[in-house]
Structures are given as C-alpha cells and as structure tokens.
Ligand binder design. Structure first.
Ligand code: GTP
Ligand code: SPV
Ligand code: MN
Length: 584
C-alpha cells in the first residue's frame, strides 16, 4: 500500500506533470549532482577551488531577489482568521488560481521530492516537512538549511505527520507568482519564484507561518528569533532569544565576536533566525533552532564587523547574488576591501561604479551552521536551551533607546506588539520606510495578529519562569545621520546589562517606557563613545513617544474588538506614565 507521502507525491506529479520524479536522500553525492544541474542551467558558477573549496555562486533572476510580501497569502477558511495584516485568499479560490499556474508547470523538468526535519533529528520538538520542487538550487539550499533526505524519510516512516510544500519555479514572472499557505490543511504552495523565503519552503512558510498556527493550537511558540548563549566569567551560559525584522541584525548578533571576551563574556550561537519554544519541566521556556544552516545577508559582513561569519564562509557555501572578483572569490559592499579591478556584479556583468552596488543589497550566503566558530555545543540539544530573556528590536533612526527593559510580561508583550522598524532589502518594495512590525512577525504570522497577541499573553500565564523582555535599537542616529552606536561585537555590552538585569543586578533608571541603563550602567571600558552620544542613545524623548503612541493606536484600530484588553490597558498605562513624565 502506498504511504501518505507517496500518495501526496503522486497527486502532486499529476498536477505539475514532471518528466521524472526523484526522491532525495540528502547525500553529498546528490548535493554535487544538484550543483552540476545548477551549473548546466547557466545561472551558477563554481568559485575559487583553492580559497573557497566547494563554494558556488548562484544568480537568481533580477526580478526575483527578495521575498515578495504582496504575493504571499494566508488562505484560511475566513478572512478574519488571517487578520488585517495578512493578504487573504479563500482556500478554494487559491487552489484554482495557483493550481492553474502549477498545472503542467514541471513539464520537461524533474520534480525533486525533498523530505526534511525542522529541528534536531532526535528532538521531540522537531517536525517533518516534504518539499516537492523543480529547482536544483532549492534542493541544494534545503540540504544546507535543514536535516534533509534519508534521516527525514526514516523519521517519517509511513506516517502522515508531515507538512507538504509544493514549489515550482513556473516562469519566474512576478505576475504569475504566488506563495500561498493553507493553515487549516497545513499545506504550502509556491510558484514563480526561486528565491529564499519564497522558495525554501521549510523556512518562513513552514517554520513560521504554518508553525505559528500549530504552536497556537498546541500551546507552544514559533518565533522569528535568533537564539544565543551568553557565557559569563566562570563559564555559566545564559540563553536569550531575539526578534528583529528581516535584515536588522539577528545573524550578526547570534554570531558576534564579543569585544568583552577578555573579561569572560562570549557569545555562542544556537540559531540565527527562527526559534521553536515549549515549556519544559524545569519551568523555563526551552528553544530549539528548526534550521541547520544560515541564510544570511552578505553586504555589511566583513572581518571587522563579523569574523565568525567570515570564517564560516570559506568552504561548502552557496552564495546568492553576490559579486565575484577576477580570481573567482565572492565580494560584496562592506566586506572590508575596496572593489577590486575586474569585478563581476550580481547580474554577471563587468562592474563599474555607475552600475550601483556590485552585490545585490539582499545578496546572501547559505552555510552549514556547524561551520561557525561560535556554534554552541548545545545547538542540537534535543530538549532545547532554557531561555532567560527575550529581546525585541528594530531599525529606528530615532525614538527607541539603545536598550530598555519592560516592567513585566504583559508590558513586554505590549513592547513587542508595538515594535516598528525601517524596511530593508530583504523584501521587495521601498527601503527605509518605518512600519509597525509586531514581534518581527508581520510577514510571518500565519493567523490573525490580534489572536497572536492573545497567545503571547496566555503563554506568559503558563510559563513558571518566563523570560524577561527587553527592547534594543542598534540603529539610532545623530543629527548628521550617523549611527550613534558602533554595533556588531560591541552589542555584547548591551547583552551584559541584560544578563545583569536577569540576575537582579545592573544599574537602571525608570522611564515611562521601562528601565534604561543608568548612565554608568553599561560596561564601556575600551570603547570610545562621548557622554553626549551615550545620553542621546539612552534618551526617552516624550515628543517622539507621543507620536509613537498615536501611530500604534492607528495600527491597533485595525484589529477592532479582537485586540486583547491587556494591550489596550498597557497603551493607557503608557499614556498615563508619559503625562506624569512630561515636564509642566
Ligand atoms: P534576515 O536574515 O533577513 O532575517 O536578517 P538578520 O536580522 O539576520 O540581519 P543581519 O544580521 O544579516 O544584518 C542585516 C544587515 O544589518 C547587514 O547588512 C549587517 O551588516 C547590518 N547589521 C547587523 N548588525 C548591525 C549592528 O549592530 N549595527 C549596524 N549598524 N548594522 C548592523
Ligand atoms: C528574512 O527575510 O527574514 C530572511 C530571508 O530570513 S528569507 O529566507 O528570504 O525570508
Ligand atoms: Mn529572517
């Protein structure tokens, strides 16, 4: 008798009509076959085999270089279930419209069946997905990003407990591109894109949009969070999860080289993008990283900003839309060297400065997690790691101070719910526009965001030892538009203060928005920063916050009666605290 997997594959093949179907085993030989297909396809090249062994550069179609949020849909039974912040299509309509595009889409192509595990192979928190795709680049990427092939097939057996995802490149025309999710059915369909979160269906589509729905049903959390361990003198490691929107510094924080290493503070990486968390017997929320690799932003990454990442990228790495030097090494803006002569840009053309950036601003590397020198010995712990702090953050040129601590869980949920950030190149559309992005989940929550706030509030009541909740902003600017804070490895100074607050120490001053470090609260030795800059970094300006409160009010209005009372109450409390704080 055919297994549920075989049945789904048959049904999928009847729709997409590939010439052949190949079940992937996840072996190295298979990876090399995929690379061979990519090279034959003409969009990929092999990089310098001496300095970058087993590394390749893939160039995606120029109209397909980032997630496309306007083409991403939550197809729940009702529009209300998707909520006002998601695009919605009714499930039947979506099946018809996208089904038409998938019908025969794989003619002349191979359909690869990619079984994968999200999470450590041995963990009870892990889940199985299966992606059917006609893109060898997607197969190769999935092998780096997940536990793929035989290990997943074995875990699945004849069970029907997997999330199916159907992906076809289609004709790569954005007019015929859809990424659709069926949360009731736990099914994903994607057509017309071969890029990142649009096409690697284990990442945003399953591990966040579908998993957030499962998490609410089953009483756990699926979040757009990095997971790191901060080691303090004596060797104790305290784990933290941090949610920043796309291209706002998660990978860099998770993989930082601490500038306080000589004082005994070191950062260990558990995950760089997504956390699945469940209450454990010790009373803590425990987190696993569902992924096995990093799909990280290349521009801005260099030996100065992040030597750990640079160290990880020298072998077995798939680069996407970076530039390439004459000696076939990857190159991007911010790598540390000026653009060398003979540079080839991300489109594969000879580059000169009139052509804009040589690497696409959303150029990425795909690298196995265990290649990072900072990888935590606990990163595959099947029970996950206990989380002591949550950190929300975004890109805010003004308003948000460098760091502040919420008063309690409910206030912390409000802080997360009122997050905002300037948009980045990780998604198509304008860059630098401030938008509300609750918990960095705006593009990734698979259901009504108001219900998601309720889920957070409910979880807080259930976790015996809840994480303390903080907010950070590495991106505050001075009057000349320069960043006030050096960022990257210096961010450990903020992590150290967070750790001290978790441990009931750390000098703080109370403001209407929460506790900020006292002026001598941060460890600043060895850092050149003026008193003026520090004051500006920690300043809570009532005028900015009045505007902020108006904007969040408008945002919350969208949710109508569905918005939890607790959020409304926190909003009122904040307003009251400001009236007291505003000088007469
Ligand atoms: P996604 O993979 O899209 O989810 O992004 P991410 O949140 O992991 O962001 P990442 O760490 O890749 O950083 C995105 C961009 O921000 C890169 O260009 C970084 O160089 C830059 N960046 C990261 N951390 C800092 C920081 O502390 N300060 C400044 N100024 N820039 C930073
Ligand atoms: C993000 O945009 O948050 C990413 C990259 O991590 S992608 O996989 O394209 O979603
Ligand atoms: Mn991300």
């Amino acid at each position: 008798m055919a297994s549920p997997l075989e049945n789904w594959v048959d049904e999928t093949a009847r729709l997409t009509k590939p010439d052949r179907v190949v079940y992937c085993d996840g072996s190295e030989a298979e990876y090399q076959r995929m690379v061979g297909e990519m090279l034959r396809g003409g969009d990929s090249v092999t990089l310098n085999e001496k300095t970058y062994p087993n590394c390749h550069l893939h160039r995606s179609s120029p109209n397909d270089v980032a997630r496309t949020e306007h083409l991403t849909f939550i197809c729940s039974a009702t529009k209300d279930a998707a909520g006002p912040t998601n695009n919605w299509m009714d499930p039947e309509g979506a099946k018809n419209r996208v089904g038409e595009l998938l019908d025969g889409a794989m003619r002349g192509r191979t359909m690869y069946v990619v079984p994968y595990i999200l999470g450590p192979a041995s963990s009870p928190l892990s889940k199985v997905g299966v992606e059917a795709t006609d893109s060898p680049y997607v197969v190769a990427s999935m092998r780096i990003m997940s536990r793929m092939g035989k290990v997943a097939t074995e875990r699945l057996g004849s069970s029907s407990d997997f999330v199916p995802g159907l992906h076809s490149l289609g004709d790569l025309d954005p007019l015929r591109r859809y990424i659709v999710h069926f949360p009731e059915e736990k099914l994903i369909w994607s057509v017309g894109s071969g890029y990142g979160g649009n096409a690697l269906l284990g990442k945003k589509c399953f591990a966040l949009r579908i998993a957030s729905v499962m998490a609410r049903e089953q009483g756990w959390m699926a979040e757009h969070m990095l997971i790191l361990g901060l080691e303090s003198p004596g060797g104790k490691v305290t784990y933290m999860g941090a949610a920043f929107p796309s291209a706002c510094g998660k990978t860099n924080l998770a993989m930082m080289v601490s500038t306080l290493e000589s004082q005994g503070y070191r950062v260990w990486t558990v995950g760089d993008d997504i956390a699945w968390m469940k209450i454990a017997e010790d009373g803590y929320l425990h987190a696993i990283n569902p992924e096995a690799g990093f799909f990280g932003v290349a521009p801005g990454t260099g030996m100065k900003t992040n030597p750990n990442v640079m160290g990880a990228l020298t072998k077995n790495t798939l680069f996407t839309n970076t530039a390439m030097t004459a000696s076939r090494e990857p190159w991007w803006e911010g790598i540390g060297d000026p653009p060398p002569a003979g540079l080839i840009n991300w489109k594969g053309e000879p580059w000169d400065s009139s052509k804009g950036p040589a690497a696409h601003p959303n150029a990425r590397y795909t690298v196995p997690a265990n290649q990072s020198p900072s990888i935590s010995p606990q990163w595959e712990a099947s029970e996950g790691v206990p989380i002591s702090a949550f950190i929300f953050g975004g890109r805010r040129a003004r308003t948000a101070p460098l760091v502040y601590e919420s008063f309690d869980w409910q206030h912390g949920v409000f802080v997360g719910a009122t997050m905002a950030s300037e948009t980045t190149a990780a998604a198509t559309g304008d860059v630098g526009v401030t938008r509300r992005d609750p918990m960095a989940m705006l593009p990734f929550c698979g259901y009504n965001m108001a219900d998601y706030f309720s889920h957070w509030l409910a979880m807080g009541k259930k976790i015996p030892k809840p994480p303390k909740i903080f907010h950070v902003n590495w991106f505050r600017r001075d009057a000349d538009g320069k960043f006030l804070w050096p960022g990257y490895g210096e961010n450990v100074r903020v992590l150290k203060w967070i750790l001290e607050r978790v441990e009931g120490r750390g000098a703080a001053q109370e403001t209407p928005i929460g506790y900020v470090p006292a002026i001598n609260g941060l460890t600043l030795d060895g850092l050149k920063i003026s008193d003026e800059a520090l004051r500006e970094l920690l300043r809570v300006n009532p005028e900015d916050w009045e505007a902020e409160m108006d904007d969040t009010k408008d945002f919350f209005t969208k949710f109508g009666d569905r918005l939890p009372d607790a959020i409304r109450q926190e909003h009122e409390k904040l307003a009251r605290r400001f009236q007291r704080a505003v000088p007469a």
